[in-house]
Ligand binder design. Sequence first.
Ligand SMILES: [Zn+2]
Ligand SMILES: [Zn+2]
Ligand SMILES: [Zn+2]
Length: 468
Amino acid sequence: MEVKGNKIEFNNLLFQILDDNGNLKIEHLLGADAFIIDSRDPDFARYMLKKIRSHHEAEFYLKPIFLINYKESKDPVLSNLHDGILFSYDQLKEASETVKQIFLRTSHLNNQIISSYEAQVIKKVLDYLYTRNSRALKPYIDSRSITGYTFPELSMSFDKDEEFQVFDLLEWADKEGLIWPDFLEKVYLCNNCSSGFLSYREVCPHCNSSNSRAEDLVHHFPCAYVGPLSDFQNSFDTSLTCPKCNKALRHIGVDYDKPSIIHHCNNCDMNFQDVFIKAKCISCEHDTEVQYLKSKNVNVYKLTKKGRAAATNGIVFSNQEVEAIFGTVSMDVLKTMLHYELERIKENPLQKSTLALIHFENIFELYNKIGEKAQKELLEDLAVVLRENIKPTDFMAFESTSTLYLVLINSDVVKAAEMLKDIQAIIENLMKTNFNEFMIKLYTKERPLEAVAKAEFHLRELAKGVFA
Ligand SMILES: [Zn+2]
Ligand SMILES: [Zn+2]
Ligand SMILES: [Zn+2]
């Protein structure tokens, strides 16, 4: 064992100790094989764990992490996202075995390039679970999560106020057949901001005030008077007298009874039988009748066979989100139509058509913020804008939520490039105005259709620029 500052070399592995003395930039830590986080300060340990596990590069988020000076914690992030607790550095031998196991399993992973946002996040979780030999995603009650629940391995990719997206992603993965739900609990969330921190009150149906008192309703049999108990009371003693017939009340069940409760509002002075129950959101102050709260099932998820294989074999996603967007065709249809267009060009060599691609390089930053529903709406809006700027005979398909192919009929590459330039300016402007100055980075490329090559070849050649 060789110690140099905050680095320990052991068994040909470099362990980097992280404590809150150093001013560390995470990118400077790439050389280390594993991290040891000094957890004396649990906030610091949590911060580092989350920073590493939420990193977008597998190189970081899969890194083995050990905790030292750890005190038992209820924080699910702290207690679930490490690879072992060290009581002293004498345990580095066991730790180095764990590191080697994780490295071995990491080398099995399939590094497919995934363009859809949901698929990216879920693949990251599946990869993490695979390298840790784990087969389940468990929820934990967590006051740091806005929904009140956290799935540490998945939630690490989200900020506190984005945690509700975790439910959407799990539903997505369930639909894809990657995970299998086992019901655990139900939660009710604010229908405005998805917060689970709600304050429930009984309120007056007339003025919404929660300043009310409940009173027994008294029914006097001899005269049939019904009224709140206070009508029968006096300020001198505990005896009850009927305000209608002035007789003293004797025995409950004999000459009177209490058929129900009546509420009196101290704010508007109204009496009423049934209260409303409202939930006020502690996060956004929105006040909702409980029947309109969003309910979500909190499930324990087990990985399905498909889910377990996804880490190592890659996944074919069904592209739920880009199917059936008005004005576009599916990728399969585009391929078939492209094939016929190539045949047409073969017959008429003077016809020049162009295949083009638009890739939204940084759109996941935006998807991350706006959620799945708004993402779909955005794609639909984009399709409308694009349709307005191409010819009726042209056609297009979303290959994923970030990549789009266009076939521009009877447009040569020069004309196509001009069209793309115009489209680019329009989209940039649209995103800027609609998404709070968001600067979209667009990659566009065009390629003349030559009848000598097949449709697949053209598509592949065009895609090279995006992922290479
Ligand atoms: Zn709210
Ligand atoms: Zn009476
Ligand atoms: Zn009232």
